[in-house]
Write a protein that binds this ligand. Sequence first.
Ligand SMILES: NC(=O)C1=CN([C@@H]2O[C@H](COP(=O)(O)OP(=O)(O)OC[C@H]3O[C@@H](n4cnc5c(N)ncnc54)[C@H](O)[C@@H]3O)[C@@H](O)[C@H]2O)C=CC1
Ligand SMILES: O=C1O[C@H](COP(=O)(O)O)[C@@H](O)[C@H](O)[C@H]1O
Length: 294
Amino acid sequence: MDEPVLLTGAGGRVGQAILRGIGDDYEWRLLDREPLPAAKVPDRVTDADRYVADITDERAVREAMEGVGAVIHLAGDPRKTAPWDSVLRNNIDGTQVVMRAAVDAGVEKFAFASSNHAVGGYETDDRTPDLYRTDDDYRLDGTEPPRPGNLYGVSKATGEALGRLYHDEHGMSVVCVRIGNLTRDHPPREYERGQAMWLSHRDCAHLFDRCLRADYGYEVVYGISNNDRRYYSLERAREALGYAPADNSANYTFEGEPKEGAATEDGGTDPAVAEAPPAEPNFPSDPDTPTDGA
Ligand SMILES: NC(=O)C1=CN([C@@H]2O[C@H](COP(=O)(O)OP(=O)(O)OC[C@H]3O[C@@H](n4cnc5c(N)ncnc54)[C@H](O)[C@@H]3O)[C@@H](O)[C@H]2O)C=CC1
Ligand SMILES: O=C1O[C@H](COP(=O)(O)O)[C@@H](O)[C@H](O)[C@H]1O
């Protein structure tokens, strides 16, 4: 990708995992409604390539989009308990503004941060908790229709549908990544669901790197590590994107300690942002979501 890559929500947890991993590999435009401290910005990114703007501000988004070749769109309300007014504004309206601006600017590739919560409704009482365990062979593979379990999931399913529209009508390549549960250095502790859908930081950076490099039309893939406990198939991400995850929550104890001799995540690699403090969420936290190590 020779043209700049626009990263929305750059200051958040996913944005920082991406920048720690591949921050030196692209010419970035970073957009977030919160100003980013220097520690969160790779060295090569100039002030002119940092946009403090809300994604519902169409004029600002169009300005940031000029000359961009690809977009990774992360900005939004990530809470599974988010109320309708917030997901409507930040996740649905905001995503429409960013996708429409991308199409109008002739952007080639668009990666959208969807979520496991777009399909949370498949986790029925009769399937759980067996679903989260290694010996259960139930799999979602991205061909199933969305089945959200909350309004946040509805907003992510809507983003996927917007991507379908802009691919079908305008030919933009769109990949919707149903991200699992991103945590740094270890899988979510003592949380079976989280360990089934863990996405390590290095796998996250690698996956979005593949979204920028691979050729595809419209795809829905799961964004998780190669977890033995998984109930999401990795086949589409492997085939369509060339995703080759390095991590597996089975290499850690249930409490999140690395098992002796197992290959475990080695943390960030970009010295420019390696010391960045963890992202401070600017929406109140979900009440039952573990925040350690995110
Ligand atoms: N962290 C995770 O495990 C998962 C994250 N996701 C999705 O990935 C994306 C990023 O999530 P996180 O990094 O965890 O969230 P985060 O809350 O850490 O980061 C989101 C960033 O977006 C910015 N932002 C929010 N609303 C905005 C708006 N209207 N205009 C401009 N900037 C705005 C915030 O300032 C923040 O820096 C979200 O869309 C979320 O739904 C999906 C599944 C799992
Ligand atoms: O979409 C998201 O999903 C992850 C995992 O969900 P959880 O219900 O198992 O906590 C969540 O941590 C993240 O905040 C959210 O954006």
